[in-house]
Design a protein around this ligand. Structure first.
Ligand SMILES: Cc1ncc(COP(=O)(O)O)c(C=O)c1O
Length: 442
């Protein structure tokens, strides 16, 4: 299936996702509601997996970057599709383990892994730690020693590649909190130190240059920098990487300002990256390492939409029109964080052309609580169902209970059938962790 077929307008003029009518979904499950198309997710996982299979003899592993959308069902899909997973916290790891994810296919990330998280991950038997601090390396070595094991690790290096993307989603610029810089020598020092650790086995290098990147050249340049570094290290320390993990970051469509990448287009990104690894290794006389990648957004972003019900409509004459929804920054904080742009559709009148530009406002007590400004829509009425597209990545995973709003549930649709993958919260859930000291009860 072509992943572009996930959304269509059905003969009733309703938006459909994965064969399910959005208006029926809203009626059955309520709004706000996250909806995910399973076929899209699986298709994208297969695109990456097959590319490594066909163009690199299968010598690699696609890790689903679970920070994009983490819940047990997602780990189950990734497991069934033969992927690994990247986790960045004890909580993501716990969720993966609950879903029966094979620990040996998990890479554990984080610039400040807690001691408790490191011990938990060791006890789970995670395949690989991506070391991102010297204190982490020391503690990990000590704890691996106590358990009588040798733990596989990668070292996160910062190749200093600047991809054209929002400053907060760039991770490989010189002042990043992530990784060890090739340029200032800290990466080399870390490699030297890791090679001396008795209970750690350095497999190679990890690099992630940022997110929502469309320029192939950025990935190719990052590969070049990492493998130049690898060649330099080989000369000095006789250490050759058996694995390079080039992170995630492939861009997706949010609005028509973004390119629409087809499945073939994502294959091309990965092919370029693989081609660059082959060329650089050949140029430097390095053996071909195992390739890992960690796509998140491109697997799940366009697979998801959020359905809302339109409530208050407020026109400020000569200035703007607000269309308020029953969700907001508590289910999608990305406009507030990065001024991210989205496309919205009136799902009950999906064939109608936009006639005006509106600000879609959330219900939180915050002026900045917007899903977007200048969003083209047909004239909206209270009770319309508004679908915001491409919300599958970094929406649920960044959601909060701000203003004690309930985080919406999520359903997975496949061939028109929908089932919960995240159940609805209730008010009791909001007070579950509250505690009232005795003296306040008087
Ligand atoms: C280390 C690492 N790997 C992978 C990803 C996933 O990136 P994306 O969702 O853009 O593919 C991220 C996202 O920030 C990351 O920090």
């Amino acid at each position: 299936m072509n992943e572009r077929e996930t959304l269509k307008v059905n003969p009733r003029g309703h938006l459909e996702i994965g064969g399910a009518d959005c208006i029926e979904l809203a009626a059955d499950f309520g709004t706000p509601l996250y909806v995910f198309d399973e076929a899209y997710i699986r298709n994208m996982m297969r695109v990456y997996r097959n590319t490594i299979e066909e163009e690199y003899n299968g010598n690699g592993l696609v890790l689903y970057a679970s920070k994009a959308f983490s819940c047990e069902a997602m780990y189950a899909i990734a497991r069934q599709e033969g992927l690994g997973a990247d986790v960045v916290s004890g909580g993501e790891l716990y969720t993966a383990m609950r879903a029966g994810f094979p620990a040996e296919k998990i890479c554990f990330h984080g610039n400040n892994k807690l001691k408790s998280e490191i011990m938990y991950a060791l006890d789970c038997g995670v395949g690989c730690f991506v070391v991102d601090a010297s204190s982490e390396a020391d503690f990990l070595d000590e704890e691996a020693g106590k358990r009588g094991i040798v733990q596989d690790v990668l070292v996160r290096i910062n190749p200093g590649v600047e991809a054209h993307t929002h400053a907060f989603v760039q991770t490989a610029t010189p002042d990043s909190k992530f990784g060890f810089s090739i340029h200032n020598g800290t990466a080399e020092k870390m490699v030297e130190s890791l090679l001396q650790k008795k209970h750690l086995r350095l497999l190679g290098y990890h690099s992630h240059i940022g997110s929502q990147i469309f320029e192939k050249q950025s990935f190719v340049l990052a590969v070049k920098k990492v493998l130049d570094f690898a060649a330099d290290i080989k000369q000095k320390y006789c250490f050759e990487p058996q694995t390079v993990n080039m992170g995630g970051g492939f861009g997706i469509w949010y609005t028509d300002e973004d390119s629409k990448i087809s499945a073939g287009g994502y294959r091309d990104y990965l092919s370029s990256l693989i081609g660059a690894v082959k060329a650089e290794c050949a140029a430097h006389g390095l053996r071909f390492p195992r390739i890992m990648i960690e796509p998140g957004r491109s697997i799940v972003g366009e697979a998801g939409i959020t359905l809302y019900t339109v409530g208050a409509i407020k026109e400020i004459p000569g200035l703007k029109k607000y269309v308020a929804i029953d969700g907001g920054m508590f289910d999608n904080p990305r406009y507030c964080l990065y001024q991210s742009k989205y496309t919205a559709v009136l799902a009950n009148r999906a064939a109608e052309k936009p006639t005006e530009l509106v600000s879609v406002a959330g219900k939180c007590c915050e002026s900045g609580d917007l899903i977007g400004v200048n969003m083209p829509l047909p004239e909206a009425h209270t009770g319309d169902i508004l679908a915001v597209l491409s919300t599958g990545a970094y929406n649920y995973s960044m959601a909060s209970n701000y203003n004690r709003n309930l985080i919406p549930p999520a359903v997975l649709v496949n061939n028109g059938r929908a089932e919960y993958i995240v159940k609805p919260q209730h008010y009791e859930d909001l007070v579950r962790f509250d505690a009232v000291p005795e003296y306040l009860k008087k």
